[in-house]
Design a protein around this ligand. Structure first.
Ligand code: 13P
Length: 340
């Protein structure tokens, strides 16, 4: 019974041409984004920003699920309606970020290990009570001189299935997110090697730990050159490298793939997802969807600036980006959409 529900939820999250909206920034990350734009870093400002997002008209046309943060899943609209109810009424499945963040890894300078397994079973039970139907855990892998180390890959690849197994036990679809970071001057090829190594290790551990692949979604990075690399690949090169890597390393049984945006511009994230679907959609075992945070939210945040009067413009910007990414899932995104 639980298994059928989990498979149905996983499939719904990536069905048709919709994707996920990650709005699960921790308070420090959200505050950092606010500070960059001179927006007050208060609980009320964060609440108002989240209300703006979840009440965006027609959001449910493009977004299948929204990933919340612990503070956010407990918050409400000004009129007292819980955000979880607002989302569910819009046909958007509520999800929750459950990791406790990536912390410095002892003895491994420049590398991180994600924490949050202790007490996770109890926290998951509470989130299910609150209406969450899926969860997310993010591991981060840095690329640089001599890294990623095998130790960092192994430690993170071991934590992800432990989290995923607990989710499936609790009745939540796990989103498994091993993110190879864009920071650095590395080449696209180096990112591809690291991503493939990470994914192969993660999928071996998912198998060892008995995670049901049909009841999970993979949230990977795209294969890209580092942000400060002088040679940035063409859109089609990114599409080919990314899909090639996934075909080699990801089991065909997973319910779907939903990319993170990872610091790409919003337009490039849409264009690259579009190219993958144009070139490969008909021959892939999984849907290629999106689970973007910055690439959907950033333009809207810049429009909002923390001011009530800017809410409609910010919501239009948010809807625009969601719509561009829906088009990218169909392989119908074009730069012309940006001026509509
Ligand atoms: P970005 O799309 O901004 O990379 O965020 C996705 C996410 O959920 C990170 O955990």
């Amino acid at each position: 019974m639980n298994e059928q529900v989990l498979q149905d939820t996983a499939r719904r999250l990536v069905s048709g041409d919709k994707g996920l909206l990650a709005m699960d920034e921790s308070n420090p990350t959200c505050n950092k984004r606010f500070a960059n734009l001179g927006i007050p870093q208060t609980a009320e400002a964060r609440r108002a920003w989240r209300e703006l997002i979840v009440t965006t008209p027609r959001l449910g046309e493009c977004i299948s699920g929204a990933i919340l943060y612990d503070e956010t899943i407990r918050q409400q609209k000004k009129d007292g309606t819980p955000f979880v109810k607002v989302l569910a009424d819009a046909g958007i499945i509520p999800g929750i970020k459950v990791d406790a963040g990536a912390k410095d890894m002892a003895g491994h300078s420049g590398e991180k290990i994600t924490e949050g397994l202790d007490g996770l079973r109890d926290r998951l039970a509470e989130y299910v009570q609150m209406g969450a139907r899926f969860a997310k855990w993010r591991a981060v892998i840095a690329v640089g001189d001599g890294i990623p180390s095998q130790a960092c890959i192994d430690a993170n690849a071991h934590a992800l299935p432990r989290y995923a197994a607990l989710c499936q036990e609790a009745g939540l679809v796990p989103i498994v997110e091993p993110e190879v970071l864009m920071d650095g001057a590395h080449t696209l090829e180096r990112c591809g090697e690291a991503t493939e190594q990470v994914l192969r290790t993660v999928f071996y551990q998912l198998y060892v730990q008995g995670v049901v692949l049909e009841e999970m979604i993979l949230k990977p990075n795209m294969v890209l050159a580092g942000l400060s690399s002088p040679r940035q690949a063409l859109v089609d090169e990114v599409a080919d490298a990314t899909v090639g890597c996934l075909l080699r390393a990801v089991s065909a049984a997973v319910a779907g793939i939903a990319f993170l945006s990872g610091g790409q511009t919003a337009e490039l994230a849409s264009a690259r997802l579009n190219a993958m679907n144009v070139r490969f959609k008909s021959r892939l075992p999984w849907a290629l969807a999106f689970s973007f945070a910055r690439a959907i939210q950033q333009l809207a945040l810049e429009n909002w600036q923390g001011k009530e009067v800017n809410v409609p413009a910010a919501q239009r910007a948010l809807y625009h980006r969601a719509r561009c990414n829906r088009a990218a899932r169909r392989g119908e995104y074009s730069a012309a959409m940006e001026s509509e």
